[in-house]
Ligand binder design. Structure first.
Ligand code: NDP
Length: 591
């Protein structure tokens, strides 16, 4: 648990240190080290925010059933409204619009991407974010505003989960049945279930025996902590709080717990890289001076700037651009260039490590908080209060030296033979990202001939662009599996929603009965995904495990459940060229 005390100096030594840290973290169980919030943990998945809802079952026949009312579902619905398609239903487990911003109300929650590029449809709604990085309550309120602006509320069925979705060949429709007894048929189904929507728990021995209060960050229980998303937590002053995880969520939560709790124990497996955030209020004069079309331009410019595309005029000035301006992970055959890129990556991470020394007063704690991996390995965090929190006497970093927590007892958390007693245990342990779609959706769509997705995709996903799938007519997916991925998730979701709504409205206009991918097109797309993944394979292999690389192994469907690992802009290019062709290349269409 002591960590490495002497720090590497030369490039060779740093490389060796990366290797050793990675090896400590490798585990044979890969993605299987986590568990679902089901069975003994079902209660942890309860919605602490929803008011009780009683309603009669709905029977309806619509053009489109959108499953998921987070940004992906909302954007799809907004584009459908704009295209004149008004016959749709939206179904979501949550009690309102917002998806991730409905669920994540933990203290300190905010967007880590600039709000002018993250919040979609700002020109359409006329909304000005109050700060450069908007807080979660503001984003949730914005989701509600989008819901009102595009008149989505009458279409929504909240606090409702899909039980089954079956393709009926005779009807030429999907039949969707929910846990509230609704039966909705739709010509199209859009699966917009979210990217980081299915919370996961670490499979730590004894975790189910903890007798204190415990919850996942995406189900924050303010009835226990007191306060609220904008109010200080006033019931923790005499409480010992443990938090498991030090990813992007924990980086935002820890400073808030530090202010409120008697003692805070931060259980760390891999330190996050934490750069400068530098938030501030929006300059209203600047915002009002922006010319029509500014947002799309800014969104694209930001994605270019953080994927090594180096646009001439970088519009967003922030830590993301400082860190990610150069793509150091794609393979090059020029050994000199490869060496330069490696050096550049080391220097970027060295600056992040240096910042820890500047901020954290205790040298031993500072040493443990330093990330020893490349900048593309894990999502970089930006926060100005996380590292200083470790200077407070009530905040204790419990570093597990890459192993993770050993066990949980009824009264506390055990690391290296020491039990740390806690009253509250917070799981900042993240979400499933590249597991099978039907597992993350919570239902198993049955396509043509009643074949369920779990069976058809027994070896992982088969899609064209991650959107259309053979055997699943008129099913459109918005998920990062076999699709784009990037720093600004909203850029991906916006492009995916544009694509999906375009397909649907074109099919409706042209009287197309069914559309699905051909198997040949799926194979071709998979070939592209593999080729692009090959570009970063060497870099990725040397990374510490995490959700970016499906925990480095034991992911039986990893060969297929991969993302488009090139620039999001390039992925968007595939969608745009496909639409421009106009005749649905690679899709099987019936009329
Ligand atoms: P992460 O998956 O990034 O972090 C999970 C944490 O739990 C990691 O630190 C992980 O350690 C740790 N962990 C898992 N198992 C154990 C164990 N057995 N013992 C100890 N620690 C363990 O989840 P987050 O919720 O933090 O973030 C997920 C994503 O959500 C982010 O990457 C980001 O994309 C998004 N997000 C975005 C925000 C925004 O502002 N837009 C804010 C917050 C989140 P290890 O690293 O070793 O696996």
């Amino acid at each position: 648990m002591t960590g490495e005390q002497s720090e590497p100096g030369t490039l060779e030594e740093v490389r060796e240190r990366y290797r050793r840290e990675r090896e400590k973290r490798l585990r044979s169980d890969g993605l299987f080290q986590f568990q679902e919030l089901t069975g003994a943990f079902e209660d942890l998945d309860r919605d602490p925010f929803a008011e009780e809802l009683v309603r009669d079952p709905v029977v309806d026949e619509v053009d489109v059933v959108i499953i998921g009312a987070g940004f992906a579902g909302m954007l799809t619905a907004a584009h459908l409204q704009q295209a004149g398609v008004h016959s749709f239903r939206m179904i979501d487990k949550a009690g309102d619009f917002g998806g991730t911003w409905y669920w994540n109300r933990y203290p300190g929650c905010m967007c880590d991407v600039e709000s002018y590029t993250y919040l979609p449809l700002l020109e359409e709604t006329g909304y000005m974010p109050t700060e450069k990085y908007a807080s979660a309550p503001e984003i949730f309120a914005y989701c509600q505003l989008v819901g009102r602006h595009f008149d989505l509320y009458p279409h929504a069925l909240f606090q409702t989960e899909v039980d089954t979705a079956d393709w009926d060949e005779d009807l030429g429709r999907w039949v969707v049945v929910t846990d509230r007894g609704d039966r909705i048929t739709g010509r199209f189904v859009v699966c917009a279930g979210g990217i980081l929507s299915k919370a996961k728990l670490p499979g730590i021995p004894g975790i189910e025996n903890f007798a204190g209060t415990a919850f996942h960050t995406s189900r924050w229980d303010y009835s226990y902590t007191g306060g609220g998303p904008t109010e200080p937590m006033d019931r923790l002053a005499d409480k010992r709080v443990g938090i498991i995880g030090t990813g992007a969520t924990a980086v935002q939560v820890v400073p808030q717990l530090a202010r409120a709790a008697k003692e805070v124990y931060v259980f760390q497996r891999t330190p996050s890289a934490v750069g400068v955030r530098n938030n501030g209020p929006t300059d209203e004069a600047w915002f009002r001076s922006l010319q029509p079309g500014w947002q799309q331009q800014r969104i694209r410019n930001f994605t270019q700037a953080v994927t090594g595309k180096k646009p001439g005029n970088v519009l967003v000035d922030d830590g993301w651009v400082d860190v990610m301006w150069e793509d150091t992970q794609s393979r090059t055959d020029d050994p000199e260039e490869a060496a330069r890129l490696e050096q550049s990556d080391f220097e970027t991470m060295e600056a992040i490590r240096h910042r820890v020394d500047q901020v954290v007063e205790d040298p031993e704690t500072a040493a443990k908080l330093k990330p020893w991996y490349g900048k593309h390995c894990k999502r970089v965090c930006f926060h100005d209060d996380y590292l200083p929190a470790f200077n407070r006497p009530n905040v204790h970093l419990v570093d597990t030296d890459g192993r993770g927590v050993d066990s949980v007892t009824p009264t506390g958390v055990v690391v290296d033979g020491t039990e740390y007693p806690v009253d509250l245990l917070v799981f900042a342990s993240g979400f499933e990202v590249t597991t099978d779609l039907e597992r993350r959706l919570g239902f198993d769509p049955r396509g043509r001939d009643g074949v369920p997705m779990s069976e058809r995709w027994h070896d992982g996903a088969h899609t064209l662009h991650g959107v259309l799938a053979n055997g699943f007519p008129n099913l459109l997916m918005i998920s990062i599996v076999q699709a784009g991925f990037g720093t600004n998730f909203l850029h991906f979701l916006s492009e995916a929603a544009t694509h999906v709504s375009w397909i649907i409205s074109r099919c409706l206009q042209e009287g197309i009965r069914t559309i699905e991918a051909s198997e040949e097109a799926e194979d071709e797309w998979h070939g592209i995904l593999l080729r692009v993944a090959g570009q970063i394979a060497d870099y990725s292999r040397n990374c510490t495990p995490g959700y970016y690389n499906s925990e480095q192994g034991n992911n039986p469907h990893g060969y297929r459940n991969l993302t488009y690992t090139g620039s999001l802009e390039d992925y968007v290019g595939y969608l745009e060229r496909w639409r421009a062709e106009g005749d649905f290349p690679g899709a099987v269409v019936t009329r």
